[in-house]
Design a protein. Structure first.
Length: 212
């Protein structure tokens, strides 16, 4: 099924409003995302019957689509579809529910990953000349190698992450540096790491940080 370009006839729009709680844009979006089951068509009639599930209504509907132009001709309830065409098998309903559930889970996890990979902030913790603790951001932005659901601890101990930090530290005066703070975004609490805890240390004259 190709993306719908001439979406609704006037009749179909009226039936959608009458029989469902979905907006036209939402209905089209379900089809364009592949969240339907193609039930087929009557022999010799160029109209596809697509099973759609409306989460808002907790009901199934059937969209009748013109195979030539892609327009939605009408939207039927299951009872009406059984009267005019045929009964929708339970296996098709179950398959669509699984497809919808899988898509929702994927979208949710993708959203989490996108949020996590663009908000990791790493700051260098040091003492200034007056002995007061200061923080300087050395790494901020997307970390593409971060996996969904990973904790800060899992991220920080990756060799690739430590290598990035080390490259940043090579360009900074290392005197009085004693740790790093890492967090997701500006609102989450930071987690502090000692340099030795991360496998980093300062040489004898405190002028450079190295990775073990």
């Amino acid at each position: 099924m190709s993306i719908i370009t001439a979406p609704f006839t006037k009749h179909a729009a009226c039936r959608l409003i009458e029989r469902t709680s979905l907006e036209i844009e939402n209905f089209i979006d379900l089809i364009n995302k592949g969240l339907y089951i193609n039930l087929g068509s009557k022999p010799g009639i160029h109209k596809q019957h697509l099973l759609i599930y409306s989460d808002i209504d907790n009901e199934f509907f059937v969209a009748i689509i013109d195979s030539y132009c892609g327009s939605i001709i009408t939207v039927l309830t299951l009872d009406y579809h059984e009267t005019l065409a045929w009964r929708v098998p339970e296996r098709d309903k179950n398959e669509l529910l699984k497809k919808t559930h899988d898509h929702e889970n994927y979208s949710r996890l993708a959203s989490i990953k996108e949020e996590n990979t663009k908000t990791i902030i790493t700051a260098l913790i040091f003492l200034d000349n007056e002995g007061k603790p200061k923080a300087k951001t050395v790494l901020q932005g997307k970390q593409e190698d971060v996996n969904v659901g990973e904790s800060i601890f899992e991220i920080v101990y990756k060799d690739k992450f430590l290598a990035k930090i080390n490259e940043k530290l090579k360009t900074i005066d290392a005197i009085n540096i004693f740790g790093l703070s890492v967090r997701y975004g500006k609102k989450s609490p930071p987690i502090f790491f000692d340099l030795k805890q991360l496998g980093l240390w300062v040489n004898e004259d405190n002028s450079r940080i190295f990775v073990q």
